[in-house]
Design a protein around this ligand. Sequence first.
Ligand code: PLP
Length: 427
Amino acid sequence: MAATLVRTGRPCPAAGRVPAAIAPRPWGLRRTRDTVRPVKAGNATLSSYGTTIFEAMSGLARQHAAVNLGQGFPDDRGPLEVRNAAAAYVVDGHNQYPPMMGMAALRQAVAAHDRRFYGLDVDWQTEVLVTSGATEALLDCFLGLLDAGDEVVLLEPAYDTYAPVIRRLGAVPRSVRLVPPAWSLPRDELAATFTPRTKLLVLNSPMNPSGKVFTHDELGFLASLVERHDAFAVCDEVYEHLVFGGARHTPLMTLPGMRGRVARIGSAGKTFSLTGWKVGYITAPPAMLRPITKAHQFVTFTTPPNLQHAVALGLGLDDAYFHGLGSALARSRDRLAAGLAALDVPLLPCDGTYFLVLDVSRWLRPDEDDAAFCQRLVVEAGVVLIPMSAFYEAGPPRHLVRACFCKEDATIDAALQRLHAWAARPG
Ligand SMILES: Cc1ncc(COP(=O)(O)O)c(C=O)c1O
């Protein structure tokens, strides 16, 4: 019998049939023909947020058999040797709880990766933690570092998990908007947003959804604010290897004064095109990592050993693999950009990530916003894009949408063909 949870306002009759000690009071349940109702509501902060836009739009894509350029998952199946290593470990390996901090092989591989790509000197025993995806890494950082009332500076457009979790902890997100089309830093506003109560800056570079890769000069400005206010930075660098052309990813951690203040987060999901694996890693100085690890031990405690084993192998792949990742994606970006340019849609600059931002002003109906436009586009054109307003807490721009290009040529071409047919339709 399907069960939905609804409020009853009285104790559950069924509760009387279980021992009083474990009866769900005052969370009484009422079972109706097809519903089970709790007495009290869930957490007010989280209940105030809807289902994520990615889940909602992917659902719409299925419903309308649309080409999905919404959610950021690649068509690429990931390196075969990494997938084989995971499969072999399931059969031959030790499939019990791995160490809480992560398997030694992966922690050593993360430290070696940090040295190889960024010249960082990392102690794998005290400065690396393996998590179940960057999502858990972010949660652990927020849980481990924040107290109620602490302020957290966010840069919008911001990945949609930051603010709800920060609010849920009783901390206060202070959002500053980057200015399109170049997504430049409003430096005076940023400087004014940092206060003595600022505990953290959250920096996502390369940045989802804007495709911005922060320059050395911008990072220097942010570092000076973090240092001046004696704050920490949590750097979400999941797209670290997905940068294009002349752009270079520089971890904030490598800037003077930042080594002792930054937690740097990576994700095997992005680095190996295996987003379903959910293997993440944090590099942070011991004094920061200790409270973050306390959170991890109460959240997931550990991450599947076969995936850790395989990701350790992956991080040791040769340079050609890592460079190839960026160049393959740059080709896909260019393919999508060329097709969109032919539609006369202005595109914003994109130096990294999976995402290209389009200015759809010319397609909006009077009073239509980006979200309504994206819903209409699924129905009329059979193409899913993501409204940029989903990445703002309040008062977002209403004319920008995000398209994901980490797709096979055939998928990109199918989306373009549909958009061209839709744009050419009469009326
Ligand atoms: C900016 C950003 N951070 C974190 C994540 C989550 O990464 P993971 O899948 O490793 O949890 C994503 C996934 O899309 C992302 O775009």
